[in-house]
Design a protein around this ligand. Structure first.
Ligand code: UDX
Length: 407
């Protein structure tokens, strides 16, 4: 097939690459000329395990341009542009602009919206351009994006035209995943409800983590394992820590709450999920203060800057929020990250060993390489805010979500 992907951020680039790898020709469009030039040279601006190799292997089937007229031959155009929050509400202008641009170039190409948009968006845009639009939300996680695109749990396709929906289903046939054919509105809401539910699991386990910290003998990792073995609950997204960050959960929970408010409805559970998440950094700071006292003038080494492991994405990173909060308390920060080597105003080290002399080493992201390190034995103090350290090897590390005798 000839496919176009509009918006070459994280979702667009992974989607385009995987579709190309399955033998399709892909026209990749982005308004950012700098990104286009990089991609033409075979350079990526995002870090995602396996993507560089897959991208370079499939470049011959991909073309890169800022010119919408290049998508004339395409059968389906996937819209993967961002939907940021502005003043607490979702900003749909990029989705609208790209849909209008695609439909002005070609009246036959099927438009499939992958961007996360509030229910009613596809129908409204569809009325604007006078033809049907397919909603095809994505569920891929950064750091696991290729695997999630190749083997999704399900494909959700929403729309009013069976013919258009079938064409979109054809693109994803290679996944073998179950396909749900629904209305545009259901597809749009499935995406929000999925993210809000996963975020709620995280906030829920973080509250249980707070409780475990008050109970001698309790540890949230064991409790999470025990509840997760019940298949009705499921074991995933029950890792306690400093809360969820990134480009999706914080933004999507906010958008869902404000969308419901416009409909005269208060989403109490989602609001509490956000509230619990906002309190995580304050809680982390208290833990570090319990360990090393007043933070003024203290040297602290933070391990992990991105919002999660296996990515270079700093958007709404809890680690960066933590660094700001530590600094506000007068601490001096060193930081180490496996992929981020520069961050405005933060002194970076190249090796974790360089953190040895600091007052505390604080683990703020879940990279596998943080599981064990000889430095944890030699450092003055280590605080694990992501429950990543192997406590069998390093029993002396202070860890979030477990009782601490000096509480
Ligand atoms: C998320 C959704 O998982 C994905 O389906 C959607 O399409 C986009 O948003 P992503 O934001 O890339 O994906 O990463 P994810 O793995 O979901 O992690 C989000 C945040 O939650 C990270 O900050 C992570 O550290 C945190 N998290 C995740 C936890 O604190 N505990 C967990 O158990 C899982």
């Amino acid at each position: 097939m000839n496919v176009a992907v509009v918006g070459l951020g994280f979702v667009g680039l992974v989607t385009a690459t995987v579709i190309a790898d399955k033998g399709n020709s892909v026209t990749c469009i982005d308004v950012d000329g700098e990104k286009i030039e990089k991609l033409k040279r075979g350079e990526l601006y995002i870090y995602e395990p396996g993507l560089k190799e897959l991208f370079q292997r499939n470049m011959a089937r991909m073309s890169f341009t800022s010119d919408y007229s290049s998508l004339r031959e395409s059968e389906v155009a996937f819209i993967c542009v961002p939907t940021p929050t502005v003043n607490g509400k979702i900003d749909l202008s990029s989705v609208r602009d790209s849909v209008l641009s695609v439909s002005s170039v070609d009246k036959d190409v099927i438009i499939a919206v992958k961007s996360t948009v509030v229910p009613g968006t596809a129908s409204a845009l569809s009325s604007m351009i006078g033809r049907s639009i397919v909603s095809n939300p994505e569920f891929l996680r950064e750091g696991n994006a290729i695997e999630d695109t190749l083997h999704p749990d399900r494909i959700v396709v929403g729309g009013k035209s069976d013919v258009d929906m079938e064409k979109v289903c054809d693109v994803w046939e290679f996944t073998g995943a179950p396909i749900m054919r629904v209305t545009n509105e259901n597809a749009e809401l499935i995406k929000y409800a999925s993210n809000a539910f996963l975020a709620t699991k995280i906030s829920f386990i973080n509250e249980i983590a707070n409780l475990c910290e008050k109970i001698p003998g309790a540890d949230v990792a064991t409790v999470a394992k025990g509840i997760g073995m019940d298949h009705r609950i499921g074991k995933d997204f029950l890792r306690a820590g400093i809360g969820f960050g990134g480009s999706c959960f914080p933004k999507d929970t906010r958008a869902l709450v404000s969308f419901a408010e416009e409909k005269g409805l208060e989403l109490k559970i989602v609001k509490s999920t956000m509230e619990v998440n906002e309190e995580r950094i304050k809680h982390a700071i208290e833990m570090i203060e319990e360990e090393i006292g007043n933070l003024t003038g203290k040297n602290i080494c933070v391990l992990g800057l991105t919002f999660k492991d296996n990515t270079n994405d700093l958007r709404e990173s809890k680690s960066v929020e933590l660094i700001d909060a530590l600094r506000a308390k007068g601490a001096k920060i060193l930081a180490y990250d496996p992929v981020i080597k520069e961050l405005d105003g933060v002194k970076m080290v190249n090796r974790i060993e360089e953190c040895k002399g600091t007052d505390s080493v604080v683990i703020a992201s879940e990279w596998k390489e943080f599981e064990t390190n000889p430095i944890y034995e030699r450092a003055k103090n280590v605080v694990d805010l992501k429950k990543v350290v192997n406590l069998k090897v390093h029993p002396n590390v202070r860890v979030i979500g477990a009782y601490h005798a000096e509480n």
